[in-house]
Write a protein that binds this ligand. Structure first.
Ligand code: HEM
Length: 153
């Protein structure tokens, strides 16, 4: 009788343990399904990367001609559009309301070399904020998907 009780207790313990283990497995799986937006640290973290990236482009002598004559407000609008675009593309709660990449870049004459330089600057910004390799790769893959609409020659 006593050993029967003991067996029941051990069986119960085994069930509880296996439920706990399955539970932690599920939690881990859910954590892995976090959006890129969340893994990057959310809106403020993304804004910091975008601001740093745009700051680098605007300060780069090579890109001066693209931003000449723009008002502070026009630059703010572009900044917000780039941020919204990144936020939406990474699974964040934003909506991109700007123009598509072909419309907004056609006529600027952005070359392959310009593209490579901009990509380098983006990597520098991502590195500055210590974005891990995996997430960095995902951000770069998104940006690369836009290249065909941004580069003209
Ligand atoms: C890294 C990839 C790039 C992304 C994700 C990107 C994204 C954007 C976005 C979202 C806008 C705003 C569109 C709108 O206002 O509706 C924009 C505008 C603009 N971009 Fe880019 N861009 C990229 C590369 C470049 C490069 C390499 C240059 C040249 C240095 C450039 C120059 C401009 C300029 C001058 C505008 C303003 C156009 C206008 O207001 O008429 N972009 N970009």
């Amino acid at each position: 009788m006593r050993s029967n009780r003991r067996f029941q207790r051990i069986a119960l313990l085994a069930v509880v343990l296996s439920l706990l283990l399955t539970g932690s497995g599920l939690t881990r799986a859910m954590a892995q399904e976090k959006s890129l937006y969340e893994r990057l640290g959310g809106y403020n973290a993304l804004a910091a990367v975008v601001d740093d990236f745009i700051g680098r482009l605007v300060a780069d002598k090579r890109f001066e001609k693209f931003f000449i004559g723009q008002s502070t407000d026009s630059r703010k609008r572009i900044r917000q559009h780039v941020l919204d675009q990144f936020c939406a593309a990474t699974g964040g709660p934003c909506i991109y309301t700007g123009r598509d990449m072909k419309t907004s870049h056609t006529g600027l004459g952005i070359t392959n070399e310009d593209w490579d330089e901009a990509a380098k600057q983006l990597v520098a910004s991502l590195d500055k904020f210590k974005v891990p390799e995996k997430e960095k790769g995902e951000v770069l893959a998104f940006v690369t998907s836009l290249k065909k609409d941004i580069v003209e020659k």
